[in-house]
Design a protein around this ligand. Sequence first.
Ligand SMILES: Nc1ncnc2c1ncn2[C@@H]1O[C@H](COP(=O)(O)OP(=O)(O)OP(=O)(O)O)[C@@H](O)[C@H]1O
Ligand SMILES: [Mg+2]
Length: 472
Amino acid sequence: MSNAALDVVEFLLTTSVYSDDRTLDENDLPPSFRRVYWTGGVDDDSGDGDNSGTNRKPAGISRPLSVTTTTAREATDIDRPWEAIAELMFTERDEFSGTITLAQQEMAEEWFAERVDEDRLLENPTLAKYFERHDDYDFDVTHEEARERNRPIQADRVWIDGLLNQYFDEDDDEEMLDLVEVRAPEEVETSLDDLVLTDDQENELDKISKAIEHREYLANIGLREIGKLLFVGPPGTGKTSTAQALAQDMDLPFVEVKLSMITSQYLGETAKNVDKTFEVAKRLSPCILFIDEFDFVAKTRRSDEHAALKRAVNTLLKSIDNISLIEDDVLLIGATNHPDQLDDAAWRRFDEIINFPKPDRGMRADILDVITRTMDIEEFDPQLIAEVTQGLTGSDLRMVLREAVLEALTEDRTTLTQEDLLDAVEEFEERDTLKNMDMMGGDHDALVAGGDLGDAASDGGHSHDHDHSHDH
Ligand SMILES: Nc1ncnc2c1ncn2[C@@H]1O[C@H](COP(=O)(O)OP(=O)(O)OP(=O)(O)O)[C@@H](O)[C@H]1O
Ligand SMILES: [Mg+2]
């Protein structure tokens, strides 16, 4: 019997059990199943794309869950779901409506129980509960464990979209949507395995994972000043990637605020939009709220910017004070390249500062190992590359690798050599020198070459004095 049949029967059993047992909720359905029945998002069940904005129902899953060829295909990813189970005696299809049902549920249960293993059952809390309670079967699984393993609904894109649509109007809140971007953990591509972290970073991240796990305990003992992290370090050292990887690792939506977008907005709206951003985070909670370019805050407070902009920034600081991991289930992560520009008011808001230094030699070798995992490289010696790449960040190393790959492609090669990498490092360094020369040398050249400057200088007090004394 094919696996396809098992998949489809699992789907049929699950929908049937779920429909009958009203104590089950969406977190008892595997993500691929509940996605099919979740309503309240943009693309509502009717599927007629346009003006779906008017079609706002409260988000949720309504019973009974009926199965058709279409829903079964969507849930199981099997092209012809009916064909996969048509020959089983206990299945039935209504030609007219296309509905697929279990004509003999008990028989279906037996059939399924004979074929499923415990690992698989643990992926499906609805069936885990059913078989745990059923006297005829003795699987060693518990509903509780399956539920714990199952990804929470808050981590699904459909859930996030549904919620955003409920609270925000795409036209009115367009500016708002420039300011924040919400990503579902399933959409985050970086995982913690892809990142090379310092011991210090790992310890801090462990600490915060534990704190999240034991939120209730922390609330009970009155420890609330926790869950606001600031990532500090030069560009390209993995601050954004680490925050995203945390979201993926903990199955939390990732809400990113781009502070520099504040200035491009109609200023009267900014304070309101900052408020709304935090509201989004609270509604999506538990989630990670990531505020990049945090130095923007201090810069704005210092300069004589528009009063409305200062108001927006003060709103931001107040909102940060009012949000809490313990009470709102929002983990706040700020990031900055310019710690020197932060003022006390900004520092004070964070309870942990995590340093993102440029990687040392050992780390560089590890990063090279990670980013070349899927590549073919002859005589690859990451230690040696690490030695000649002092000062380069993870992001720089990625760029070096990209350069090497593209260069090899020009010779139609998809297998690289250590030599290719060394060449690419050299190339990168040339590029880097050019960049720096531009910054320092530019003004100097202008000074020497510009004839006007000479005249201007002779007007200055100092030169004048000098000329004067010379005359005498
Ligand atoms: N320690 C690291 N291990 C593995 N990859 C890294 C590391 N540091 C950086 N990278 C890679 O470099 C790229 C850029 O990293 P990222 O965007 O996270 O840097 P950042 O610190 O947020 O930079 P910026 O300050 O410019 O925003 C990513 O693709 C990331 O995978
Ligand atoms: Mg970044």
